[in-house]
Unconditional design. Structure first.
Lengths: 116, 115
């Protein structure tokens, strides 16, 4: 069975601090996709990144970086030099290719508050 | 900038009334999903369609919820009769399954309040 765990319910940091959001997943499929979405206070879900299970290369996009480790089934998300605009709920999600459906299984989200 | 659109953005209704939510997927996307977000359950899949055909609606209460896709540009989610426990944000997402990307793009959501 598939499962996504975001153990951190809420995190508060002071502006310009770095912060890492943890995501641990469970799946029996060998081919799967991992995602991060951002939900700002306005409520929409904004796509941030997608990784497939065969690509463990870490990725950096501006202040955002992602660390994918299959050995620990983790896909962690780091924001460097955090800003107030980063305040949001961040969701990690899993999609299993073998189901043919690619519907997303979401974690419970981590609420990040960046204090000015 | 292609986006998923949803209407209405907000809906307040009384228990027992019919509610219809609409979604316009990104042009060319052939798979549409309906999700519900509540504080208690988080984000959960209700139903999805591929090429307008329903593939899975196991997450949906069958007695009161129905989802349809009358054409490739419109998906609807209907609740009849509505109940207070249906209060939630309903998201539609679309994806170009089999295309160069399998990323789901979400609409802005419909915030439903049932009194």
């Amino acid at each position: 069975a598939q499962k996504v765990t975001q153990a951190q319910t809420e995190i508060s940091v002071v502006e310009k601090e770095d912060v890492t959001l943890d995501c641990v997943y469970e799946t029996r499929d060998t081919t799967y996709y991992l995602f991060w979405y951002k939900q700002p206070p306005s409520g929409e879900l904004v796509f941030l990144i997608r990784r497939n299970s065969f690509d463990e290369q870490n990725e950096i996009s501006g202040r955002y970086s992602w660390n994918f480790q299959k050995s620990t089934s983790s896909f962690n998300f780091t924001i460097t030099a955090s800003q107030v605009v980063d305040s949001a709920v961040y969701f990690c999600a899993l999609s299993e290719a073998q189901t043919g459906a690619n519907n997303l299984f979401f974690g419970t989200g981590t609420r990040l508050t960046v204090i000015p | 900038d292609a986006r998923v659109t949803q209407t209405p953005r907000h809906k307040v209704t009384e228990m027992g009334q019919e509610v219809t939510m609409r979604c316009q997927p990104i042009l060319g996307h052939n798979t549409v999903f309906w999700y519900r977000q509540t504080m208690m359950q988080g984000l959960e899949l209700l139903a999805y369609f591929r090429n307008r055909a329903p593939l899975d609606d196991s997450g949906m209460p069958k007695d009161r919820f129905s989802a349809e896709m009358p054409d490739a540009t419109l998906a609807t989610l209907k609740i009849q009769p509505s109940e207070p426990r249906d209060s939630a944000v309903y998201f539609c997402a679309s994806v170009n399954r089999g295309g160069t990307t399998d990323t789901q793009y979400f609409g802005p959501g419909t915030r439903l309040t049932v009194l």
